[in-house]
Design a binder for this molecule. Structure first.
Ligand SMILES: Cc1cc2nc3c(=O)[nH]c(=O)nc-3n(C[C@H](O)[C@H](O)[C@H](O)COP(=O)(O)O)c2cc1C
Length: 225
């Protein structure tokens, strides 16, 4: 027997989270198509939405408004920062950079890719204006988890407008070139990366300050909130 609460989207907080994950992981690349279909629904009186799978919506405005926000709204004043750190140098860079952004009024969501639910990263990408990848160098290029994050960004095609790279290397690296190349389908503005040898020193911290200021200024210029 099916109970009412199993048929309908009753617990909106739970449903919102699940619906946003579904949108982020699967539907985000098809944002334009969703926009066109939402336009078609404008002006119709809709009593119930009964999708072919998932719960029915007896209050359709809830899910229609959520999708409207995801596909039409400008991105938020938010930096998404996936990173990996094997020995702590990139982590020190990330820690300083997060504080520098927060001091400038920019929100940040950081994700340690060595232990995380990748769906959470996708969900943050629904809202973010900027993505910065925190990449240590492994075998000449970005750590494999960062390669995966860069692939995900490029495949999901979020509303991100700006991107950059921060991280640490030992003796020689192509992280910036590889990540810029992987993100090229996104048509984002690529901001000056901060990739430093070993542990970050004073000059690296100043460069991180500059990158945080660049991001903050661009978000303000676009009126992002
Ligand atoms: C498995 C492995 C491979 C590495 N390969 C490179 C490399 O090809 N080029 C390089 O410059 N550094 C290389 N390094 C050094 C790291 O990039 C360097 O120690 C960096 O500071 C690590 O950052 P982390 O402390 O955030 O992990 C390698 C380190 C490890 C553990």
């Amino acid at each position: 027997m099916l109970w009412l609460h199993q048929l309908y989207a009753v617990d909106e907080a739970v449903i919102y989270e699940a619906a946003k994950r579904y949108y982020a992981e699967i539907m985000m690349p098809f944002r334009n198509m969703i926009q066109r279909n939402l336009e078609k629904l404008r002006g119709l009186r809709i009593d119930v939405i009964a999708p072919s799978h998932g719960p029915m919506y007896h209050k359709p405005s809830f899910i229609l408004e959520a999708y409207g926000d995801w596909v039409f709204s400008a991105p938020r004043n938010l930096v998404v920062l996936p990173y990996v750190s094997m020995h702590g140098s990139t982590k020190a860079i990330v820690n300083y950079f997060v504080s520098a952004l927060v001091e400038r009024g920019v929100k940040v969501q950081q994700f340690n890719l060595s232990r995380m639910d990748i769906g959470k990263l996708s969900m943050a990408l629904v809202d973010a204006a900027t993505a910065v990848l925190g990449a240590p160098t492994v075998l000449g290029g970005p750590h494999p988890n960062i390669l995966y994050a860069a692939h995900l960004l490029s495949a999901l095609r979020p509303k991100v407008m700006f991107a950059s790279v921060i991280g640490s290397y030992g003796w020689g690296t192509t992280v910036t070139q590889q990540i810029a190349q992987m993100l090229s389908p996104l048509k984002v503005e690529f901001l000056e990366p901060v990739v430093v040898k070993g542990y970050p020193r004073e000059d690296a911290l100043r460069a991180l300050d500059r990158l945080a200021s660049e991001i903050s200024e661009r978000h303000k210029k676009h009126g992002l909130t």
